[in-house]
Design a protein around this ligand. Structure first.
Ligand SMILES: Cc1ncc(COP(=O)(O)O)c(C=O)c1O
Length: 421
């Protein structure tokens, strides 16, 4: 046992109403499960609209969370949805999104996927290479239609602070900024495409507000220079946000107010330029919209003491939540923000801190949910809530690995309504 003074408690507090709702969901539906707080997602969408003064329209990147009920529920609160596969395209249409609200990114789209996107008569296909422009053109000409495309640009540099960089280095995404002039000069050769604008998504999970601002200003520079040089009037500009959310103890949320205060005048200046008067500015985000509104719940199934360490084994693990185990976009594992959903009748105020190594049920050493998690106690039957699990949780996990049952997904809306999916 390690005493409280040697190892300070790091209990992550939750709003009591949310904690109660999570506990109720775990009791009613069982664990492992994901719980999504719909009201928080809607609130976040409203806040983004408000803070940017509606300069941006939200384009939700479905890859963050493609849950069908969630897609339906957020539909009235966002402008568009970005899909990255034929499967996601079908999900968007099934959830009631009009085709013209759907954009389609992805560096390796098949001819079948491109054909389906063209036939859906939808929004823009985001062309990630000139070879793809050629394919879209040929498929469109064969059908006697003209398809709206955005050219995805891979900037030459990405500011420091992004957890994952999709640009600023050799990349499978988009057209290198260095080659954009020659790409734009070729566009008039294609009769089956209509250039609708540019798309940039250069990096992910940035918590540094200054870096996010610098990144967006770089996007604006690229849009301006190239549109004006080639006498283009984009109708759509996609600003792939890369705005991060807190996952780990010590992570500070980004300062959206600061970002907006600096970006809004820059967006107004862009809008004032003759080539951009008609352009829609789309903020393409995933985790910022849905990430913090999601929790992963798992119950401790076994407790053991092994060679000086307290080991706890839960009913959910990396098969349900790959990212919490540190195997999705991170090099080193850091514990997620985790709350033990305490039994209200159990007081732990005076308990000394212990450190727990928390594992999932899989037969692999990498199935570790938390290292040296500091809590007053962690017993069989206790439920752990992993915060920031609404994005890249359920859908980014290898649920079939070792054939345990899939985690359930539950949407909470309002104070009491619980819906099992
Ligand atoms: C093209 C594109 N847009 C948007 C996103 C959403 O990113 P995030 O969830 O970090 O906001 C991604 C994520 O990989 C992406 O690839």
């Amino acid at each position: 046992m390690i005493t409280g003074s040697a190892l300070p408690l790091a209990v992550v507090a939750l709003d009591p109403a949310i904690e109660e709702a999570l506990r109720a969901a775990a009791n009613r539906f069982g664990t492992p499960c994901y719980v999504y707080l719909l009201d928080q997602i809607v609130e976040r969408a409203r806040y983004i609209d408000q803070i940017f003064g509606n300069r941006f329209e939200i384009n939700y990147a479905m890859k963050a969370n493609p849950n069908a009920e969630l897609l339906k529920a957020i539909e009235p609160h966002i402008a568009g949805i970005d899909v990255s596969s034929g499967g996601e395209l079908q999900l968007a249409l099934a959830a009631g999104y009009l085709p013209k609200r759907v954009s389609f990114t992805g560096p390796g789209k098949s001819l079948e996927e491109l054909s389906d996107a063209i036939d859906s008569g939808g929004g823009e296909i985001v062309a990630e290479s000139m070879a793809e422009v050629s394919d879209i053109d040929r498929l469109s000409v064969n059908r006697g239609v003209v398809t709206r495309i955005l050219l995805r640009v891979s900037p030459q540099c990405v500011p420091k602070g992004f957890g994952v960089n999709m640009a600023g280095r050799p990349s499978q995404f988009g057209i290198d900024e260095e080659n954009l002039d020659s790409a734009l000069a070729q566009l008039h050769e294609y009769k089956g495409i209509h250039f609708s604008g540019f798309h940039i998504y250069a990096g992910a999970q940035c918590l540094n507000s200054d870096s996010i601002i610098e990144n967006f200003l770089n996007y604006i520079r690229i849009f301006t220079v190239h549109a004006e040089r080639h006498a283009l009037a984009p109708e759509v500009l996609v600003f792939g946000g890369g705005i991060g959310i807190p996952y780990h103890p010590g992570d500070e949320p980004v300062d959206l107010a600061k970002i907006a205060a600096q970006l809004n005048p820059a967006l107004d200046a862009l809008r004032a330029r003759p080539n951009f008067t008609m352009a829609r500015f789309m903020l393409e985000i995933g985790r910022l919209l849905v990430g913090e509104a999601g929790f992963f719940l798992t119950t401790v199934r076994r407790a053991k003491h092994s060679r000086g360490r307290e080991i706890r084994i839960c009913d959910g693990g990396l098969n349900n939540h790959l990212a919490a185990c540190g195997h999705f976009g991170t090099i080193i594992h850091r514990n997620y923000l985790i709350t033990r959903l305490s039994d209200p009748n159990r007081s732990s105020a005076s308990a000394t801190a212990e450190a727990f190594d928390v594992f999932g049920p899989l037969c692999t050493t990498i199935d570790q949910l938390a290292r040296q998690l500091q809590l007053p106690a962690l017993d069989c039957g206790d439920v752990l809530a992993f915060h920031s699990s609404g994005a890249y949780g359920f859908s980014a996990s290898p649920m079939k690995f070792i054939s345990h049952p899939c985690a359930k997904e539950i949407i909470l809306s309002g104070s009491s309504a619980v819906k099992q999916l």
